[in-house]
Design a protein around this ligand. Structure first.
Ligand code: PMP
Length: 440
């Protein structure tokens, strides 16, 4: 595999070497996803990426999730160009596209009556937490172990490096995470206990979760888990926040909340919201809650402040509006989901035929392929054991070794273990990909 990189990726290697002088580690994104060095991409279209050396790849990274329609979609490109010919990317004043985007999201997402667009998923989660605390006048936030909600101080809490027990992100004073708590996925009893204890200590503002399970389904939750958490939130007067940064519009136009039939009080959106264009983040929710972003009538009192110079700029909103309209028109989530089903069935067949100790599973266009370790469900003690002993090796194997091997066979994946399919993934693309997976 490394020889392939040597022979075929001289251009990427050169750019990566240059990058090291001016970019820490030479990578703007996660180091581990770029083994042995990142590919320098020059072209992206639909299901394919082309690198600076002219190598072509089937793109299952899909930029980390946002390009449900496929990369660099021509409709978005045209609409964005029209907008740039008009007011340009940003003015700081109102643009009609802000309203159009909000109307479209409110029409599809059961839990969204109003929308506030922000700069990223990380920002939107921060805003959602602040909104929940302002509205409920309570301080505790409970997240689910293993979840990723962006990199803000209060929420990277608990992401411990498996082999050492050290925090993955340091430089965070204890106080910043003092009111963030964590429960393991599927452990409803632990969640109930937390809520009960918190009730004696001022109360829980919100339970924050990814509806497919932490790290968007890497640790799957039982089918009725979301509904049970909803019931617990209602019992204890906590708000339920769904982080739908990954699932929003990808699982369906109504997100995971429509799929599971569980309506959260606050929804966090990102990624697909702007179809791959910059500044993808938003908070949506019930009107009475969302109005806390404004504060008391005629006053600034009890206002959950959020900001952002470029938030909700016309370019992002136009791209988002047309991306979602196009997704609606084409049934993109369903069609990308069928591609995901076809891919997962094929992966299952390869795994069975070759007798590999691997697991693949999918939720529509979100496909997981675990080539190491065990599929982790609700046995929390088992999970702790695995975290300590095997998780670091497991991650290295999937992210670096398998990730690089896929790349050398013309497949770009997310961390060697997750695959996003898109509207551009025809049966031919998937069948070609399956042959490549089989070779790997
Ligand atoms: N929440 C979830 C579930 C995510 O997957 C991510 C990003 N991968 C975020 C929040 C953070 O979003 P962003 O990268 O746009 O800040």
């Amino acid at each position: 595999v490394l020889r392939w990189f040597d022979e075929k990726c001289a251009g990427s290697r050169r750019v990566a070497e240059q990058a090291k002088a001016v970019i820490p580690g030479g990578v703007q994104h996660n180091l581990a996803f770029n083994h042995p060095f990142p590919l320098a991409i020059t072209q992206a279209e639909g299901a394919y990426l082309t690198d600076i050396d002219g190598n072509r790849y089937i793109d299952f990274l899909q930029a980390g999730g946002p390009t449900l329609l496929g990369s660099n979609h021509p409709v978005l490109r045209e609409k964005v160009n029209q907008l740039l010919d008009g007011c340009g990317p940003v003015t700081g004043l109102l643009h009609e596209y802000e309203v159009k985007l909000a109307e479209l999201v409110c029409r599809h997402m059961p839990g969204v009556e109003m929308l506030r667009v922000l700069g990223s998923g990380t920002e939107a989660v921060m805003g959602a937490v602040r909104l929940a605390r302002t509205y409920t006048r309570k301080k505790w936030i409970i997240k689910i172990g293993g979840a990723y909600h962006g990199w803000s101080d209060q929420l990277v809490y608990g992401m411990r490096l498996p082999n050492t027990g050290r925090m993955e992100a340091i430089g965070i004073p204890r106080g910043a995470t003092a009111h963030t708590q964590e429960c393991l996925p599927n452990d409803l009893e632990a969640l109930r206990r937390r809520l009960r204890i918190n009730r004696l200590r001022g109360g829980t503002a919100a339970v924050l979760l990814e509806p497919l399970g932490p790290e968007s389904g890497t640790r799957p939750v039982h089918r009725d888990y979301n509904a049970q958490v909803r019931a617990l939130c209602d019992e204890f007067g906590a708000l339920l926040i769904f982080d739908e940064v990954v699932t929003g519009f990808r699982v369906g136009m109504g997100g995971a909340q429509a799929y599971f039939g569980v309506t959260p009080d606050i929804t966090v959106l990102g990624k697909c919201l702007t179809g791959g264009y910059p500044m993808a983040g938003a908070i949506g929710g019930r009107k009475d809650i969302m109005m806390s972003l404004v504060g008391g009538i005629g006053t600034m009192s009890r206002r959950a402040f959020v900001g952002g110079t470029l938030s909700a700029n016309p370019l992002s909103c136009a791209a988002g509006y047309y991306a979602l309209q196009e997704a609606e028109r084409t049934g993109a989530a369903v069609r990308a989901g069928r591609a995901g089903d076809r891919l997962r069935r094929g992966l299952d067949e390869i795994i069975r035929r070759r007798g590999l100790p691997y697991v693949s599973y999918n939720m529509g266009s979100i496909v997981h392929l675990q080539t190491s370790g065990v599929l982790l469900l609700d046995t929390s003690s088992l999970w702790k054991l695995l975290k300590v002993k095997d998780e670091a090796r497991r991650r290295k194997h999937m992210m670096e070794e398998m990730g690089a091997a896929y790349t050398a066979h013309g497949l770009v994946t997310l961390a060697g273990s997750r695959i996003y399919t898109s509207l551009a993934d025809t049966d031919d693309v998937i069948d070609d990909a399956l042959n490549r997976f089989d070779d790997v």
